[in-house]
Write a protein that binds this ligand. Sequence first.
Ligand SMILES: [Zn+2]
Length: 305
Amino acid sequence: MWWPAAFKCFKALCRVNYALTALVLGAFSGWVQAADYSGPLFDAHLHYNEEAWNGQAGPHPLGDVLARMQRNGVQAIVANSRPNDGTKALAEAREATRAAGVTVVPFIRLYRNRADYTNWFQDESIYAMVQAEFARGTAAGPYRGIGEFHLYDSANANGPVAKKLMLFAQDQQLAVLAHVDDVAIDLLLAHAPKARLIWAHTGIGGASVERVEALFTKYPQLMGELSYRPGLTCGDGALCPEWRALLLKYPTRFLIGSDTWINQRWLYYDDLMRGYRRWLGDLPPAVARRIAWDNGAALFLTPRP
Ligand SMILES: [Zn+2]
């Protein structure tokens, strides 16, 4: 449970102080909820993969996933799915998404199947697929990004198709959602220094807070998505101090996401969003709102120049 710094206390005095504080704050109904962020959420890392819906019925049909978004206050999503049919299904469900209050921001996934995960960076047929998808667009409007892609060996950031896709993204002002290590961030941005790179999980591979900060300083257009980020929260779901400091230093550079890469993530979607609301509540309200919603909205919900 989060307590305002002003109410922190020590040892024996603690219980008494907490009880008094609870009494005082309890007079204003809903004070516990007030500590959590309660505004809109922009889920900037969402997959609607084949196994989630299986063409239509699946364990998580459209109505199910939209209901999960709606009840959690998720009002916009970056949809990227293996294969792209899942994203197209979301984009085409105009009436249902409108009713759920969810705006779909489509990204082109590079993966037609699981085999593509490990070879996309040198597979010309994937480059051709991305071109065709981009030309086609979606019922929810043009694609706004590519990815999520993975690089299990950062050297593959120099693969011919990786390089071509970075340049394509830069030319077309498409964001790039990349699950890579810190070394690959440098390599990818060397190809296309003006590309808008969203670092999925912001250094899940072990980049320290200091390393993340150095890259954010070096690349002003680099954004960080925070699902699965080790060390982000401590014990009770509160922000760890060093991450809180980084979010406060770069409030315009972070996004949240569900990363529904397996069906289990859909099952726990409520818990994931509750977890975000919990630690967002540790931040000043304006900063929480930026990370929860404004940063994604600024990237994707404003008309392109
Ligand atoms: Zn993912």
